[in-house]
Write a protein that binds this ligand. Sequence first.
Ligand code: ADP
Ligand code: UDP
Length: 239
Amino acid sequence: MKKINEITTGKAKSLYTTDVSDQLIMHFRDDTSAFDGKKKEALLGKGAVNNQFNAFIMEHLEAKGVNTHHIEVLNSTDSLVYKLEMFPIECVVRNRATGSICRRLGTKDGLILDTPLFEFFLKDDELGDPLITDEHILSFGWAGEEDIKEMKEITLNINTILCELFLSSNLILVDFKVEFGLFDGKLLLADEFTPDGCRLWDTETLAKMDKDRFRQGLGDVVESYHQVADRLGMNIKLD
Ligand code: ADP
Ligand code: UDP
């Protein structure tokens, strides 16, 4: 499968058309960004670890019955995915309060929530990805009622599946963001699941092993992603 035309260049990935009209190549770049694109850096080897990390998680989720856009890994930094009509929405689940919710609600950092908290955000960097409700989504036509219900159910199910997976490697899944799209009217998990879009803390020390290392200038960003991958038994190829 070869890349034909670049159709999307996001902050960390690029999408290319292929000779199959409904399949795209997703290329994971080393580019890393935070604060809605205001902090940027290229971190050597991050594209490779994220591509293979993402494939491992997508395949684990598929095995547990979650429908995803992932087809197969093509090489160290590229995977083949179904081309979806994306919802302009980010779905977040939190098990502990940290990050934007602490700024928004003045909550103590690290507070364990009584139940996992689901939130929708509008995918719009210029507006700083604002928090939105189901009503905003319906009124602005960003998704339908059934899509909203499915996105919540699937995201919470992903949380259950991945909390268990990470905990077995002594990691706490603090929170994460996922995106969805439609393929022939069917709702599929899209985009990526990597340490760029979730928070993972060591169960003993609570050390951060995710993109907060980049956001907070803690260093060893890619090294930490590799440590998580190693703990989960992934065999990351660098080539
Ligand atoms: P961002 O858009 O946040 O800068 P990325 O660099 O990750 O982030 O860009 C990837 C883009 O590809 C995102 O806009 C995402 O919504 C989109 N995308 C992810 N999966 C698919 C898919 N299967 N089909 C079409 N678009 C997708
Ligand atoms: N997240 C993401 N992309 C975004 C916003 C958030 O991947 O554009 C992830 C982030 O890594 C964290 C979760 O979603 O795992 C919740 O992020 P939060 O709302 O706390 O925002 P932040 O503190 O990252 O601004």
